[in-house]
Design a binder for this molecule. Sequence first.
Ligand code: 5GP
Length: 211
Amino acid sequence: MNKKGILTVISGFSGVGKGTIVKKLLSDYEQYALSISATTRAPRAGEQEGREYFFKTREEFESMISDHAFIEYAQFVNNYYGTPKAYVEEKMAEGKDVILEIEIQGAMKIKAQFPDALTLFIVPPSPDVLKERLTGRGTEPEDVIASRLQRAVEEAKGMDQYEYLVVNDDLDTCVKEVHSIIQSEHFKSSRNIEFRENLAQGMKKFLKGDK
Ligand code: 5GP
């Protein structure tokens, strides 16, 4: 059956807990590789170069755009964010399920380039919970929180573009659900065409009465 990696896009509103979900997914299961994006936003307290992001100046980022170093990139609340091409290609070739934790414009660009990509959107149990989480993490000033909430209202219009919605109420449950969606995807008939056809071809010998 299908051993090919699945390019998996995980999106969701700012503050919904995508980062935590993805970190747990990677620590609980071995089959995943997380693409580390480049960004022009400043590091938050505790973030490390090359772990959460590759932090770039606008000039550096724009020169990477000119060098076609990204699979996709987008602007989000006044900063650039992009997915470096080389790592994704390398990990896909190794058969890993590569996770892209990106916003919606980038997700749509990925889907256009890789129609087989799997898209998941993480949602909060309610709007109020989203606001509480975003405010409660205390990593952004009030004006940035307001911009991110506005952006969330815009992004909500695009939720229907995703194949799966997963509610992040309880973290462990959510991570298990995300994992089981990706697992099930490996069994899709359309992802196993070669296996299916070889099996059907091999079975033709029965018609000839071979043993
Ligand atoms: P944050 O500043 O909260 O880390 O990220 C802001 C938004 O940018 C999140 O929705 C995150 O998923 C998205 N993002 C992170 N990396 C990328 C990327 O490489 N490409 C795109 N399009 N969005 C990204």
